[in-house]
Design a protein around this ligand. Sequence first.
Ligand code: SAM
Length: 259
Amino acid sequence: MLIHTPYSENRPYLDELEKRFELVNWAEQQNADGVPNKALFKLQFDEHGLQLFKSDEPKLGAIRVDFVTGASAHRRKFGGGKGQAIAKAVGLNKGAVPHVLDATAGLGRDAFVLAALGCKVTMHERHPVVAALLYDGLQRAYQDAEIGDWMKAQVGMAFGSSHDLLNSTEVEPDVVYLDPMFPHREKSALVKKEMRVFQSLVGDDHDADALLEFAMQLASKRVAVKRPDYAPFLDEQKPSMQITTKKNRFDVYVKAAMK
Ligand SMILES: C[S@@+](CC[C@H](N)C(=O)[O-])C[C@H]1O[C@@H](n2cnc3c(N)ncnc32)[C@H](O)[C@@H]1O
């Protein structure tokens, strides 16, 4: 038993999570100093759902996926609609409602923004713990009275690496969206706390360049890549256009017009 819980009735669901996402295997893996993941991180399940803590820095708080309340709900209700940079990046402002394959889903925040704007979204996540957090957040969203029906209709996920999945998927997306990890320079205290836990869990995605070619083959309309403003182009490929925000930019590789 890897996931701690005060509620034994959740054991069957947690056993299923541990198995589906191969969490015991992950827990035994060691970092460069020979410390196993199970000593570095703690997974807990309670009324807030599945949460991850960093064992030596519990004050950093938990990471969890919450599509129903908090920041996600606020952005769904009061966010910038189709005028948001991410919406423009996937071509939503052209009147189309594309099917987006988010090949680096993480905690599903960008995917949720796109789904709330009407896109059908398929998410891929390869990190076992991130995928388990995402799956658990999705189950809670699917059961929610307000957003459950459209979440079930519009948002799904697959556990695995897009390096393999983009080759074998039967999904035919209009847009492939990529947001690989890149060394962080964020200074804001709040983001820094959560990013520290996330960064120490996932590390940097050094193999991200190879995703662009697969993504270009699979997307029928375009590939959108989110980058920090200081990062070079993915795979050194110059995009067709760029949409910039205060901290990030979206490099857009256009294949065909949105309809
Ligand atoms: C920066 S995070 C994405 C954040 C996400 N856009 C969000 O809004 O929550 C990058 C994520 O992509 C995942 N990832 C990187 N390369 C991947 C690959 N080849 N296949 C699947 N997931 C991948 C990492 O494990 C990490 O969780």
